[in-house]
Design a protein around this ligand. Structure first.
Ligand code: PAF
Length: 282
């Protein structure tokens, strides 16, 4: 596996691949790789001749300095995992390589960014837009792979691809879960064994939401039930729970005209913030 820390080295390699008519799959990450990331690499390997992964903890998408400082970094282990997964190249740029000048671009993701993550993490999606647009421009992949755990991010990236006229096909891949149901996340590395147990509350609340939706209980009744589940916990603090239209991401008031909806949740265990989601079938 090739490891590049400069854009020029990566692009020389990719030009050779393109000249040989190879299709290029791309998996952007912030490292601290787990089985969920490796499943993206595997999906990319199944669809493309060449797979490139990037590992870059993007400062512009963190709205909290502590979260950026504490974000897990496990580069040696990440490279080992990518190599054994069969990834062809990894791009590990320094901040100065990605941002030789401050990026002042502002993206308009419309209503997608005014709810849930957008509401609670101001500026986050703009930072994601900045780095992903640069990465798409550098790698020029045919297809790019993102996890559905970051459900709202996936919608924002699809919108971004349209905004910047990128021909890349954005592929969403299923959330991978630990035994017990905790969604795999790099941030799980920051949880103690006890916190991992406590974190199951997110998955359990989503399952409860799905059971209630299956019985056509109203979205408000579900919201109240989930709130009361978290009110009863002194370990996990609910930041938001929402039932959103899977396409527009706007909150659902009733099931009347709902096509497909997704229950989305964000909660804190001490200073670690976790998100998860589950499709509901109205
Ligand atoms: O999902 C992530 O890991 C990041 O938000 C991404 C898409 C790699 C951009 O930094």
């Amino acid at each position: 596996m090739h490891v590049f820390d400069k854009i020029s080295g990566l692009q020389d390699f990719l030009t050779l691949q393109r000249n040989a008519n190879a299709s290029i799959g791309f998996v952007p990450t912030m490292g601290a790789l787990h089985a969920g990331h490796i499943s993206l690499v595997e999906a990319a390997l199944a669809d493309n001749d060449i797979v490139v992964c990037s590992i870059f903890v993007n400062p512009t998408q963190f709205n909290n300095q502590g979260d950026l400082d504490n974000y897990p970094r496990t580069l040696g282990e990440d490279i080992r995992k990518l190599k054994s997964a069969g990834c062809h190249a990894v791009f590990v740029p320094a901040v100065e390589e990605m941002y030789p000048e401050p990026d002042t671009r502002k993206f308009d993701f419309g209503n997608l960014e005014n709810v849930m993550e957008g509401e609670f993490r101001p500026g986050h999606f703009n930072g994601v837009g900045q780095v992903v647009s640069k990465l798409f421009d550098i790698v020029k992949p045919h297809k790019a792979y993102f996890g559905q755990k970051d459900f709202q991010q996936l919608a924002v990236i699809r919108k971004l691809a349209k905004l910047i006229n990128s021909p890349v096909e954005v592929v969403g891949c299923p959330t991978m879960r630990e035994e017990g149901g905790l969604a795999m996340s790099s941030r799980n590395l920051r949880l103690s064994p006890q916190e991992r147990q406590d974190a199951l509350l997110l998955f359990n609340a989503l399952k409860k939401a799905r059971q209630m939706a299956d019985k056509r209980q109203s979205p408000d009744a579900i919201r109240q039930e989930v709130q009361s589940i978290f009110d009863a916990s002194d370990k996990v603090r609910l930041e938001y729970f929402e039932i959103a239209d899977s396409e527009t991401l706007q909150p659902i008031a009733d099931w009347k005209n709902a096509k497909e909806s997704t229950a989305c949740i964000a909660a804190w265990l001490n200073d670690v913030r976790l998100i998860d989601n589950m499709t509901l079938f109205p």
